[in-house]
Design a binder for this molecule. Structure first.
Ligand code: TXA
Ligand code: MG
Length: 303
């Protein structure tokens, strides 16, 4: 309410939050991130009960999704209510809403609601285009110099999921995945009874809704990312634990499965920068589910 910012953990990545009804506070998010002002923000609410504050004409399948997967790593894009100002939606007539699944985030949202707050607008707590932070130290490293004395960073440990929420466009007759995440296509289809079209990575030229994560170069560390190459001495390497590290290569992560891959990916990319590496090779995970989200982020990081 006071207009200060709060960085907080969620199960996906850390967010940089402000009162979603306070345009000045929200403007400070854009400043701290260095993000273009026409990119919409996700409004975080404590439960499905608060959805009606922010959205209207919510289709039945969206309510079903919310019941099945909230709190959880899923953002629904819906027709906005009057409360959802242009400074949240980037001037679009839709709004992104999510109930995060993290004790610290939910405590924050519930406490805010108790003092009359309607929701917390929060993008990932990184500079625009950069890797999202998955622990509190990474938030401070990213944004420390852009935060003010009264802003706070809540430390909730490492984010369990590690990649951003699935964004689902719920403005049409059937759901459409705008950004893949831990809530995958199969789960969405099973929940809604619809078959949402398979997620196809979009490029900026064909994207019809502004999803900043859909810009081609995003989620990127300072080091150059190469996908599915044989790593050379001096290069960083992120790959499934079954793949060995060639001599002279710097292993950054060895996940045992795709969930662990998502969980470790962003901190491994950051570690490469911290170590001063200039090149990272990533052996992409195969398969469906969270692997789709991982490959989506990697394709953009490597762009
Ligand atoms: O997991 C997450 O979603 C994290 C945590 C903090 O909740 N947040 C996050 O926010 O990733 P951000 O701003 O970094 O990415 C949200 C994406 C942006 O690409 C934005 O363009 C898109 O959501 N978005 C927000 N509102 C939208 C809308 N009305 N229509 C289409 N895309 C929207
Ligand atoms: Mg982001």
């Amino acid at each position: 309410m006071s207009g200060d910012l709060v960085a907080f953990p969620t199960e996906t990545v850390y967010g940089l939050g402000a009162d979603a009804c306070n345009s000045k506070a929200v403007a400070r998010i854009y400043e701290a991130k260095g993000r273009p002002a026409d990119h919409p923000l996700i409004v975080h609410i404590p439960s499905l009960d608060h959805l009606a504050d922010w959205a209207q004409e919510v289709p039945k399948y969206a309510i079903k999704l919310a019941r099945d997967f909230w709190p959880g790593p899923m953002t629904l894009v819906l027709k906005r209510s009057e409360l959802a100002g242009d400074f949240i939606t980037g001037g679009q007539d839709t709004v992104g809403v999510r109930v995060p699944d993290h004790a610290v985030a939910l405590s924050l949202l519930t406490a805010f609601e108790k003092v009359g707050g309607k929701g917390v607008a929060a993008p990932s707590a990184n500079r625009f285009g950069h890797v999202s932070p998955t622990n509190a130290a990474a938030v401070v490293e990213e944004l420390g110099q852009y935060l003010s004395k009264n802003d706070i960073v809540l430390d909730g440990g490492a984010c369990l999921v590690g990649v951003e929420s699935t964004i689902i466009d719920c403005t049409g007759t059937t759901p459409r995945i705008l950004r893949p995440g831990a809530i995958n296509e199969l789960m969405i289809n099973e929940s809604t009874g619809f078959s949402c079209s398979e997620f196809k990575p979009q490029t900026t030229s064909v994207v019809d809704i502004r999803v900043s994560g859909s810009l081609e170069n995003h989620y990127a560390p300072a080091a150059k990312v190469f996908l599915d190459h044989t790593p050379l001495p001096g290069q960083g390497f992120i790959a499934d634990a079954k793949l060995q590290t060639p001599e002279g290569v710097i292993r950054l992560a060895s996940p045992n499965n795709n969930e662990e891959f998502a969980h470790l990916l962003y901190s491994a990319l950051r570690e490469a920068d911290a170590k001063g590496l200039t090149e990272i090779v990533v052996a992409q995970p195969n398969g469906t589910g969270i692997a789709v989200a991982i490959r989506d982020r990697l394709a953009r990081a490597a762009n």
